[in-house]
Design a binder for this molecule. Sequence first.
Ligand SMILES: [Mg+2]
Length: 285
Amino acid sequence: MTLSNRAARTVHDIECWLTDMDGVLVHENHALKGASELLQYWRENNLRFLVLTNNSIYTPRDLRARLLASGLDVPEENIWTSAMATAEFLARQRPGGRTFVIGEAGLTTALHDAGFIMTDQNPDYVVLGETRTYSFEAITKAIRLIEGGAKFIATNPDATGPSAEGSLPATGAIAALITRATNRDPYVVGKPNPMMFRSALNRIDAHSETTAMIGDRMDTDIVAGMEAGLLTALVYSGITAREDMDTFPFRPDLQYPSVANLHAELVKGRVPSDANPAETKAASK
Ligand SMILES: [Mg+2]
């Protein structure tokens, strides 16, 4: 693809879609405008897609149930978490390795499935994910293991997570505590590391030239999508407000108030035309 072609990519060139979850499809257990229609559009048109989340607490099965409760039907195989990306990354680095894990089922299940042993005896890695019950004892253990030579991995860099009562300390904040104590920085797999997108692309056999990333944050979704070579679409239904977008030194390829507008653009482009009977047939399936 030439440079000029690449700059001219539109939503109609896209064969595979990656989308962030919170702020794009859902907000506090409510489906956002257009989310259900967009998911339905992808399914009906046999477009490959993955719903991405930096949250490493939940398994894909848990997340599917949570999305269903919000009115969104996303199959388990269409969900990709930072825990899964971390497990895949570590499986390539050290197959069958030993890990000391601070996290929930989303992380321990992913690591088990990837063939890792969980132990506090001579682990190759300390893997830090998100939990609502960080224990001082486990953090102390992690610090001592890292001092003893274990490599420090974190699923995601987010310093806080949302709750109904206010902010909660999240993986990035606990990682900072461990870094302060050990003088070791973690390798962080989740967004904005493009590693999260590379593994997602592999998962659905997608190519960056024909894949788009939809997100609500310039500093994670859009920068990482851009660095992974994807078409980027920012929606204003989450964190980054329209007026804040101009403060960043990079721009998304596309921007919409919500995915409802993106869905409308996709549908508009698929209007069957008399000039192309084959497409008419395909579109009416
Ligand atoms: Mg988001």
